[in-house]
Structures are given as C-alpha cells and as structure tokens.
Design a binder for this molecule. Structure first.
Ligand SMILES: [Cu+2]
Length: 206
C-alpha cells in the first residue's frame, strides 16, 4: 500500500511543480498589460465627462458585485455621466428634501420608470442591454444624466482637465472610441504594449 502511495506521489510531483510555477508566474501574466491615457478637448478646451472606451475586446467580463450609486442632490444627478459594464446594478438615491423621479424615455428600444420617491429611499436597476441611457426626472426637467452601458470594463471618463486613463489593458490592437452628450463620437486605432503607456489625444467637434 505504502509503495503505491509513494509511486502516486512521484507521479504527481511534476504536476505540483508545474502548478507552483504557474502560480508564481501569475503576477507577471496579470502585469502583462498596458495603459491608455490622453487628453480630450474641443475648441472650447477640456471636455469633462467624455467617455473613452475600447470598442471590442475578447473575453468574458463579470459585472461588479457591488452596486454603483447615482445620487440626486440639489436637483442634480451625480455623477452626470456614468459608464458601466453590462450587467451592472446602479442604486438610485434621493438625497433631496423634495421628491425626485427616475425614468428614461428610450434605451435600446425600452423604457423604464423607477417611480417618484422621497429622501432616504434607494431603488436599484440592473442594466442588461448596451447603449446610451438618458436618465431624467419627470418633476424637474433640468435634471439629466447619462449612463453608458458597455461590453467590456476598459473604459474611463474624462476629469475636469479632459484627462482619462484606462489601465490593465491586455496588449493588442484596438479601436478606441469616444462618447460625449453633445460632441460627435471619434474613433482611433491604437496599439497597446505590455508594461507601457499608449498616449491618445482627441479633438472633438460638434
Ligand atoms: Cu427631480
């Protein structure tokens, strides 16, 4: 019996070594990725709230387990522009002392209305279709936000200086696209190399 176990142990040994090597190599596999960064402007200067995203990338991407949050405060949706991975759930909060409503008139051929509710209530919605979703409040016509549902997690939104950074991108050739609520989308072919940064700037027009 002991001899058989010994024999099996010897047999398994190479696989254990292989597994250990794989485990040790994992961090470098994960690190074999690059960064895309740049600044987006239009003729008026930096364009805040521009979504930048890789159009197509192979792989299965699980949505985050944690819900994202869109707040309503001082009759303003925050954030104003929110790119998300398909399947992500967003919690809509009302932080105002007055009633607010959440609805969209059209998104991939569909509408939704989460209703009108007071401070302290949270209602959730899972975005299971791609595309641009305009978020409105039927009580305050000036309230407006955008949720942009994307097929992969390689996206970013520009800050107030127009800067964006997408990190952890596997090396490869991609189509990088922009989305802005008022400006025309633009497309650039880019190449990402591991452990390096690809700089891509855009000048958007109406
Ligand atoms: Cu409102």
């Amino acid at each position: 019996m002991m001899a058989v176990i010994k024999f099996l142990q010897v047999l398994i040994m190479p696989f254990r070594v292989l597994l250990t090597l794989l485990y040790l190599a994992l961090p470098s596999i994960v690190l074999a990725a690059g960064t895309i960064t740049g600044v987006i402007k239009d003729k008026g200067g930096a364009t805040v709230d521009t979504v930048v995203y890789i159009e197509d990338i192979a792989g299965e991407f699980a949505p985050p387990k944690e819900h994202l949050v869109m707040d309503q405060k001082n009759l303003t949706f925050t954030p104003h522009v929110m790119p998300i991975l398909i399947g992500t759930t967003v919690n809509f909060i009302n932080s105002d002392d007055v009633l607010n409503n959440i609805f969209t008139p059209s998104w991939a051929g569909r509408k939704f209305n989460l209703g009108t509710y007071p401070k302290g209530i949270v209602r959730s919605f899972t975005f299971d279709r791609l595309g641009e979703v305009v978020i409105l409040c039927n009580i305050h016509p000036e309230m407006e936000a955008y949720i942009f549902v994307l097929s992969n997690p390689f996206f970013a939104v520009t800050d107030k200086t127009g800067k964006f950074t997408i990190s952890g991108v596997p090396s490869g050739k991609y189509t990088l696209k922009t989305w802005h609520e008022r400006l025309k989308p633009q497309t650039k072919q880019i190449s990402v190399k591991e452990n390096s940064t690809t700089v891509v700037d855009f000048e958007l027009i109406r």
